[in-house]
Design a protein around this ligand. Structure first.
Ligand code: C2E
Ligand code: CA
Ligand code: CA
Length: 702
């Protein structure tokens, strides 16, 4: 067969075919192209039908045109059959485009069949109907087969699905899980899940990565904070170490201080001992005594304070020297320690004063026994450097809380009592009593009176004439101080003036007044007679006294020889050389010096040999004692000794004639006493100025 081509003769398109003859020749057959087309179509349905060749499966195949005429039929014989449209409505339906089926019985082969009516579309419109009858048995078989096949396919599909699932879900999940498992924020903060485009969990992995990004940034932030924290932690650690170091340093310093404290404590122990003990005798000192006494008083305990003062200790120091005096004090301390018992607390106040507490004792008799016991120490001679010393002591005793519950008051009480002993002859003890307190108050009152008197010049002088034993004439006068407005005796107020230092000013007033009196008498044209003024040892503190005296004499135009100064031997107890020089200075001015109150106190005849005095005044007590008949010779010797030393003798306090007569026999130069005259007011003095007292005597005894 050839393809359609143009006929070179007719110029029509024809399809040529060749037939071989039995002789081998070929016959060309040409069919017009149009005919070919209709034939082709005709034959194509038939060819198709034949191709579907009825067999076991296909029982019958027919193509039916719109006219219900078969145009192709597997049963070639039935070709051209026209179908009744009422019998087979399915053909009609197929021509309208619907596919339908019909179960039928195939008589010819005695087979049940399924007939399918399907429209055939040519060039966009339904041209024919295909009717195909299939053996149902085969169909079921086929269906069965089909179902097996489809089951297999289904299984295959499932397997495929599983495979796909495995590939697309399980594997990615495992990968993802593995990846996720590798996430370690601590060790690999920068780790990210690998992203594979198209991966099932691409989105999930990306989200996780986003989370990881954020976590990482938070982690970095945290790390920064951690670093900061670390830094501050390090700082804190450093500070802590520093603190620990300083603590160690402090501890070391503390230990050092501790050791110093210990040293100090031991030192202060020593110092404490020094602070509370007297360095010479090692006895408790004043501070310790005060403490002890305060303790006792605060605990309402009874007891006694004994103040002991060694008699005339100053003269020991003066004559034997201070080192020797110290040795005596040490010895006394030892002796006191020796007799000490549990009730006694012994200390040294200073100088030659010791203080003994008799603790927890209120029986006066027992306390007095302690005093006697202490006195006994001094009964024995004290030998120092081979030299024997006979010492005495004076003690003042006060009781607590009876006399006072104040330490200072108790000390003052004991002091007063001790001085009282001194005043009444020393070498004894005395209890403080109320009289002493009264005296204290009296002294305070006197002091204010004196101050007042100084301010208002309320002093005056009385003059007691000194009478010549032989002529009976007044040879001079002793100026005796009085307070104008009160009868208080100088014996009372002079000691107060001395204690308070007021004596310096008072002494100057007396000096000036006496000089002025001389000048008055001078002006009155009287034959001048010297006035003796009393000069207290305390006035030695008046350093410019001599200057003052000179000036006053000069101003008043009075010669120094009209002023006498009466001193007592106490002036030489301290600073002996210095004071002798002072007296000599006075003497150089032309002033006469009288040694007053001779016969009281220490009064040693040997004094008279070196003291720069012109006169001695025998004290009233001495006269009273030695002018008795049996003692008259003592007086004779005393006066003759004085005379031999060129000293004039004045007998003081002579009240009766017998005494005068004895003194005349003893050749005593002058008499001063009530027998002739009491101290007189200045006006009265002028009346007796030239009076003969012997006449008065005769007159009185007639
Ligand atoms: P004195 O210096 O021993 O004076 C003598 C004292 O004896 C005077 O006492 C006098 O009045 C008194 N007297 C004189 N004759 C007799 C007598 O026959 N019998 C008695 N019982 N007494 C007689 P006065 O004036 O009371 O003076 C007492 C002491 O006061 C004086 O003792 C003297 O130490 C002191 N004194 C008096 N005036 C002064 C003064 O101006 N300065 C100083 N520092 N002391 C003075
Ligand atoms: Ca006198
Ligand atoms: Ca006297």
């Amino acid at each position: 067969m050839e393809g359609i081509r143009m006929d070179t003769e007719s110029f029509n398109y024809k399809k040529y075919g060749y037939l071989r003859n039995s002789d081998g020749t070929f016959i060309q057959i040409g069919i017009s192209a149009n005919k070919v087309e209709s034939l082709t179509r005709k034959f194509s349905y038939q060819t198709l039908v034949e191709k579907l060749t009825p067999g076991e499966n296909v029982l019958h195949v027919v193509f039916i045109d719109k006219n219900l005429k078969t145009i192709a039929d597997s049963d070639i014989k039935a070709l051209g059959t026209v179908y009744d449209k009422n019998e087979e409505p399915e053909i009609q339906a197929a021509l309208k485009g619907s596919l339908s089926t019909r179960n039928s019985y195939y008589k010819k082969s005695d087979i049940k069949a399924l007939t399918i009516y399907a429209p055939v579309v040519t060039n966009g419109e339904i041209s024919n109907v295909l009717v195909i009858s299939l053996s149902t048995e085969k169909v079921y078989y086929n269906i069965y087969m089909l179902s097996i096949i489809s089951s297999i396919i289904a299984i295959m599909m499932i397997l495929m699905l599983l495979l796909v699932k495995n590939e697309n879900i399980i594997k990615p999940v495992k990968r993802l899980d593995k990846s996720i498992n590798q996430i370690d924020i601590e060790k690999a903060i920068e780790y990210r899940l690998s992203l594979t485009e198209g991966d099932t969990f691409f989105g999930v992995a990306r989200s996780i990565n986003n989370i990881l990004d954020k976590t990482s940034s938070y982690f970095h932030l945290l790390k920064e904070h951690q670093e900061e924290l670390q830094a501050s932690n390090e700082e804190i650690t450093a500070t802590y170490q520093q603190l620990a170091a300083s603590e160690e340093e402090l501890r070391a310093q503390y230990e050092e201080i501790q050791s110093y404290t210990e040293k100090l404590e031991s030192l202060s122990g020593e110092l404490g001992h020094i602070a509370y003990h007297d360095s010479l005798t090692n006895l408790p000192n004043r501070i310790k005594l005060v403490k002890k006494l305060e303790e006792d008083i605060s605990k309402d305990k009874y007891g006694a304070v004994i103040l002991l003062d060694i008699d005339n200790f100053k003269s020991i120091n003066d004559t034997l020297g201070h080192p020797y005096g110290d040795k005596i004090l040490k010895k006394v301390a030892e002796e006191l320690e020796y007799i000490k018992d549990e009730k006694m607390f012994i200390g040294r106040l200073g100088g030659d004063e010791f203080l003994i507490l008799i603790q927890e004792e209120k029986d006066i008799a027992i306390i007095e026994n302690y005093a006697k016991h202490i006195m006994n120490i001094f009964k024995n001679k004290i030998i120092i450097e081979g030299q024997e010393n006979y010492l005495n002591c004076s003690m003042g005793i006060t009781l607590y809380p009876l006399d006072s519950n104040e330490v200072n008051q108790l000390f003052m009480n004991a002091d007063m009592a001790m001085y009282k002993v001194k005043n009444v002859g020393k070498n004894n003890y005395m209890f403080f009593n109320e009289k002493m307190t009264k005296k204290l108050h009296e002294n305070i009152r006197l002091e204010s009176i004196l101050r007042d008197a100084i301010k208002k010049e309320e002093f005056k002088l009385l003059y007691q004439p000194q009478i010549c034993t032989f002529t009976g004439k007044a040879v001079g006068f002793e100026a005796l101080l009085r307070l104008k407005n009160t009868p208080i005796s100088p014996a009372q107020f002079i000691p107060v003036a001395e204690e308070t230092g007021l004596i310096v000013e008072i002494g100057r007033w007396v000096t000036k007044e006496a000089i002025s009196q001389i000048s008055i008498w001078k002006q009155k044209g009287l034959v001048l007679k010297p006035i003796a003024i009393n000069f207290s040892a305390k006035q030695l503190n008046d350093f410019n006294y001599i200057e003052f005296l000179k000036n006053t004499l000069k101003k008043a135009g009075v010669e120094a020889r009209y002023i006498e100064i009466e001193i007592t031997e106490s002036i030489f107890l301290e600073k002996k050389e210095e004071n002798i020089a002072f007296i000599n200075e006075l003497k150089c001015l032309g002033i006469k010096i009288a040694l007053d109150d001779f016969g009281t106190g220490y009064s040693s005849l040997s004094y008279l040999t070196f003291l720069p005095v012109d006169k001695i005044k025998l004290d009233k007590s001495l006269n009273d004692k030695f002018l008795e008949l049996e003692n008259i010779k003592v007086m004779d010797s005393l006066v003759s000794l004085a005379n031999s030393l060129n000293l004039e003798v004045v007998a003081e306090g002579i009240e009766d004639l017998v005494q005068y007569k004895r003194l005349k026999i003893a050749r005593c130069n002058y008499i001063q006493g009530y027998l002739f005259s009491k101290p007189l007011e200045v006006e009265e003095v002028e009346k007796i100025y030239n009076y003969n007292f012997l006449d008065k005597l005769k007159h009185d005894h007639q």
